[in-house]
Design a protein around this ligand. Structure first.
Ligand code: ARE
Ligand code: CA
Length: 497
């Protein structure tokens, strides 16, 4: 379950949060395929509660396993999967198997009624016997209070959400059917929401009943790629390594440590051995990110600590490190704008959903000629610095990190074999001269003139950004001024002038 089934050397996933399927199909053909992205994570696809104001998080309150949301219906979903696979881009679906809705009642996005108090979900159907109750959950109010307690975390309710009894063969069967339906349509895998709150053995049993991937798009005997949301920072919480035999885990320590470094709470020079030596799981067990749909608004982390689109320079630099370093499968968050209003350390608008018309229909993405997006779509995955680092990673392939250099503080540089080279400057201390990165460095690259794909593209063999000359020994004068638009430069053998 840990192979993402990327095509060729592609290696990066982007989460197109809340996008409509028709738009994702377009994006696969016009952008993601040509620019070398490996896959798209789509927001939960199954019927969910319709909540007042249409917050983004209503998608995490399932009502049935019908494929029908504001992003589109099953026909549109199928078309997208076809188009993306043909464009060389895989689809991963965010699956919410731990629970259904909270204690409200109303209508779901495919018209099914639900009643969270009576625990009736006729769209599946699930009834009260399909949920954990006092026999299995030890807390008085059935809520999770202690996230480190295994039984509580698995058998009680996460923020009021009705907790499914996945020990029941009936519940498992409904979930297996849903996943197999998605697999047959041609998805490559799943993000498993709230894995920490599901027993590893129940998940194992569900996965053991999954079909092989659709061989219209995948080789025979391919298993779905599954990556688990399990939030573990060390200490006495539930260790994410309980899930590494069930696919990959989202390695939250990656985000935390990198954010800490890029916020100058720790020196960049220490990144030299970043990975398992810092306590992270082995690279092959990890999926990593800088920002996510939760972090962006301060969920599963601390608002103000996380780096999101509101700090573009920092986000680009941290993302560049993620894409240049040879660790895990990186996922790039692609978000939409909302009015961030911070009161007492909390974003009071953290619920705001995607851009819509006055009837609540999600607005389509129509990119502008300069590659940016329209409406409130931010499209971080289309920022030059980011899509060119996706290319960098594609070109670096499996080459090791070589030629590490640092200034003993917050300037670093390294190559990936003899194919690619990056230098990052986040120096804050010292006079202006010390703050600039200006140094003759070993790039590892073959001699020639290279274009910095961060400050500009190479168009018709003309470099729109800064260029460098690499001499016959691989040395070059590298410059990253402390006050430049971007905090890094990147060169690779695919961008030689
Ligand atoms: C919303 C409201 C709640 C309300 C609930 C029910 O915000 O106040 O009680 O509805 O009415 C998302 C949103 C939630 C939202 C939920 C349902 O983030 O705010 O609740 O949808 O609509 C823990 C879990 C982890 C989980 C986070 C949010 O371990 O699995 O909490 N993350 C996933 C998704 C979320 C999603 C859900 C799960 C639910 O990524 O987007 O919730 O499907 C420590 C602990 C972590 C804990 C974390 C919480 O770090 O170690 O285990 O994460 O704190 O910050
Ligand atoms: Ca559970």
């Amino acid at each position: 379950f840990s192979n993402p089934h990327f095509i060729g050397n592609r290696s990066v996933i982007t989460h197109l949060m809340e996008w409509k399927y028709d738009d994702i199909g377009d994006e696969c053909e016009r952008f993601l395929g040509p620019y070398g992205y490996g896959g798209v994570q789509v927001s939960p696809v199954n019927e969910h509660a319709i909540m007042d104001g249409r917050p983004w998080y209503e998608r995490y309150q399932p009502v049935s396993y019908d494929i029908h949301t504001r992003s589109g219906d099953e026909q549109q979903f199928r078309r997208m999967v076809q188009r993306c696979n043909k464009a060389g881009v895989r689809i991963y679906v965010d699956i919410v198997l731990n629970h259904m809705t909270d204690g409200q009642s109303g209508l779901g996005t495919n018209g099914h009624h639900y009643d969270g108090v009576a625990m009736q979900y006729p769209g599946v159907p699930f009834g009260p016997n399909d949920f954990h109750g006092h026999e299995t959950c030890p807390t008085n109010d059935l809520e999770i209070h202690n996230y480190s307690n295994r039984i509580e975390a698995r058998n009680c309710r996460l923020v009021g959400l009705r907790d499914l009894k996945q020990q029941s063969e009936y519940v498992k069967q409904k979930q297996v059917d849903f996943l197999n339906h998605l697999i047959d349509i041609g998805v490559a895998g799943f993000r498993s929401d709230a894995s920490t709150h599901q027993w590893p053995d129940d998940l194992r049993s569900i996965y053991s009943q999954l079909h092989n991937l659709n061989n219209e798009f995948f080789t025979e005997n391919s298993h779905p790629f599954i990556y688990h949301e399990t939030i573990y920072y060390g200490g006495n919480g539930i260790n994410s390594n309980e899930y590494t035999s069930l696919g990959r885990i989202i390695e939250f320590r990656f985000y935390k440590e990198i954010t800490n470094v890029f916020r100058n709470n720790n020196q960049l020079r220490w990144l030299r051995n970043f990975g398992t030596e810092w306590g992270l799981v082995p690279s092959g067990d990890a999926l990593v990110m800088i920002d996510s749909h939760d972090l962006r608004v301060g969920h599963t982390g601390q608002l103000g600590f996380n780096i999101n689109c509101f700090e573009a320079r920092l986000l680009k630099a941290a993302t560049a490190f993620m894409l240049a370093w040879n660790y895990g499968i990186p996922r790039v968050m692609s978000s939409y704008f909302w009015d961030q209003i911070i009161r007492d350390g909390k974003d009071v608008n953290n619920w705001v959903g995607p851009p819509t018309d006055q009837h609540g229909n999600i607005l389509s993405v129509h990119p502008n000629p300069d590659m940016t997006c329209n409406h409130e779509w931010i499209c971080e995955h289309r920022w030059r610095e980011i899509y060119n680092m996706v290319k960098f990673k594609l070109i670096a392939g499996q080459e090791p990190v070589n030629n590490w250099w640092d200034n003993g503080d917050n300037q670093i540089a390294f190559s990936r074999g003899n194919r690619a080279f990056i230098a990052i400057n986040l120096q804050k201390n010292g006079n202006d001269h010390d703050k600039n990165l200006q140094k003759r460095l070993q790039t590892g690259l073959p001699p020639g003139i290279y274009c910095d794909i961060i400050s500009g593209n190479l168009i018709n063999n003309r470099c729109m950004g800064k260029s460098i000359q690499v001499d016959k020994n691989g040395l070059s004068d590298i410059y990253v001024g402390h006050d430049e638009f971007d905090a890094f430069v990147a060169y690779h053998i695919g961008a030689r002038v």
